[in-house]
Design a protein. Structure first.
Length: 504
């Protein structure tokens, strides 16, 4: 792959705790991931993004980092992480890891030092009284009191104290952390909560000073060559969003407008056009994201009457038609893989896993659930361990019961059950990714006018992608069918179906 491999890459997101368990303790780990690298190679992805793998008390699934230079013992060791990076590289798979610069863990050395010594508190936000009425993004207050009476700020859980980016030591620390991992071979970082680092009297979202941080990080990344910085930037304002992708800042950022978009032709067209017009002038490639470890699984979302994603109540428990959801998720997968830029696949979406909505409350681990007093079910439902094989839980995930229980019905959705089934979601993903590798990815697209309910465009390779979001059959443009997300009807494209064609 070229120097700019990241411009068109297909990136598979590994939520390590739930991917594969190599040692039988019920939690996914590096041993499990290493054993499944052939599966990922066969799937046809270019890179992996791993959620945080650092030592952590797991108050927020690892986003409470106690030590940025180590590996959580439940996941493995640093030596094993290095072996994993080397093995992935041998298979021509790049490795992207998460870095969490907005906050730390109450178990980090710096926070423990701050607790023990009030003179060592400047790396965090401590005050005698809460200086504002901010609420935690997970619910509840954003300030927590320590035993000596002072308070500290945490935009997320109380176990995740926010760093003070006005302190130069924090800058130095993170530059060192980037280097630590670049030197161990990682190909890039996904930057958690990337727009939230600075705080002022007026707020914390997207303050201008944050751009200096990413300019500096870009210089560090560039020293190592072919490395990528990817921002988790949720911002409604496209102009502000684009500032993160200027040529001397981050390489790419997640497209959350696309992820949140309802299954509606006008809305999707609007978001695609907006994405292109935001990215093209600055030369940054768009990204296409349908899902991740924070949002409702697409097959469930697309089977509902309201198909948009929203963080608040997550439409938990609203009826979802599994057949409809599956059909649309297949169509959406082909659409997202055909658009110009890079594409993300969240683990388990290639198996068509639904959101698990009936987890018993006492098993829910996401702090969002507890901090909202149960009003928000949280994100555990999209984090249930993957089903690999066999007829009963834990479906080859590991030797023992998995940390969140899998539904019995997943016996039909195991990777093993889908591998040789030509109509399976796994076969669709594998076939599409193979075609995408040669003919899609980075570049441009041209819309074809096929009506209001149809999204149709061609790519430089001559491949045309057509998605029917209307209620009736639509005639297909002339051409040879390369791949379709569902059965075609005598040359016509049925509702909620995507087809890839080449001119015949
Ligand atoms: C990001 C992560 C999410 C985490 C939060 C706090 O949004 O994707 O999982 O809870 O940041 O670190």
């Amino acid at each position: 792959m070229s120097q700019t491999w990241w411009r068109g890459a297909a990136i598979y997101q590994v939520y390590l705790r739930s991917f594969a368990d190599g040692n039988g303790d019920g939690v996914g780990d590096l041993a499990g991931l290493r054993a499944r690298l052939p599966y990922l190679k066969d799937l046809g992805i270019d890179a992996l993004w791993l959620n945080p793998w650092y030592p952590s008390p797991m108050a927020d699934g690892g986003y409470d980092v106690a030590d940025y230079r180590g590996i959580e013992p439940v996941f493995g060791t640093l030596a094993e992480a290095e072996r994993f990076i080397a093995e992935a590289h041998e298979l021509d798979i790049r490795v992207i890891i998460d870095v969490v610069p907005n906050h730390s863990s109450t178990e980090s050395a710096w926070f423990k030092e701050a607790l023990a010594n009030p003179a060592a508190r400047d790396r965090f936000w401590f005050a005698d009284q809460p200086v504002n009425d901010w609420r935690s993004i997970f619910g509840g207050p954003a300030w927590t009191q320590v035993p000596d009476g002072q308070w500290y700020l945490h935009l997320f859980a109380a176990e995740q104290p926010d760093f003070n980016w006005a302190n130069p030591e924090v800058h130095q620390e993170f530059e060192d952390v980037l280097r630590f991992w670049f030197e161990r071979g990682v190909d890039g970082f996904r930057i958690d909560s990337a727009a939230l680092l600075y705080k002022s009297d007026t707020g914390y979202e997207d303050l201008d000073a944050v751009h200096d941080v990413y300019r500096r990080w870009r210089e560090v990344a560039d020293e190592y060559g072919e490395r990528v910085l990817i921002g988790e930037v949720w911002l409604p304002d496209q102009e502000r969003f684009a500032r993160y992708l200027r040529p001397d800042e981050l390489h790419t950022a997640f497209n959350f407008d696309f992820l949140s978009c309802p299954w509606n032709p006008a809305e999707l067209r609007r978001v695609i056009d907006l994405t292109l017009s935001t990215h093209t002038p600055i030369g940054a490639p768009p990204t296409w994201v349908l899902s991740n470890h924070d949002v409702t699984r697409p097959v469930t979302r697309y089977g509902r009457a309201d198909t948009a994603f929203e963080h608040g109540g997550r439409l938990h428990g609203t009826p979802s038609d599994p057949e409809l959801g599956r059909r649309r998720a297949r169509a959406a997968a082909l659409l997202s893989m055909a658009l110009p830029g890079s594409v993300y696949v969240y683990q388990g979406d290639e198996l068509g896993l639904p959101e698990v909505e009936d987890l018993p409350d006492e098993l829910r681990q996401d702090p969002m659930f507890a901090r909202s007093g149960g009003a928000n079910p949280g994100r555990d439902g999209c984090r249930v361990p993957l089903p690999w094989s066999g007829d009963e839980p834990p479906f080859g995930f590991g030797a023992g019961p998995s940390w969140l229980p899998q539904p019995e019905s997943w016996r039909k959705l195991t990777a093993e059950a889908q591998r040789t089934d030509l109509g399976s979601m796994l076969t669709l993903y594998r076939t599409a990714l193979a075609i995408r590798r040669d003919r899609l990815g980075d570049g441009t697209m041209t819309w074809l006018p096929l009506g209001e309910k149809v999204l149709a465009f061609t790519r430089e390779s001559g491949l045309t992608c057509v998605t029917n979001l209307g209620p009736g059959l639509v005639p297909m443009p002339a051409g040879e069918v390369v791949l379709a997300s569902g059965p075609l009807d005598d040359g016509a494209l049925p509702p909620d179906t995507t087809v890839w064609l080449t001119a015949s």
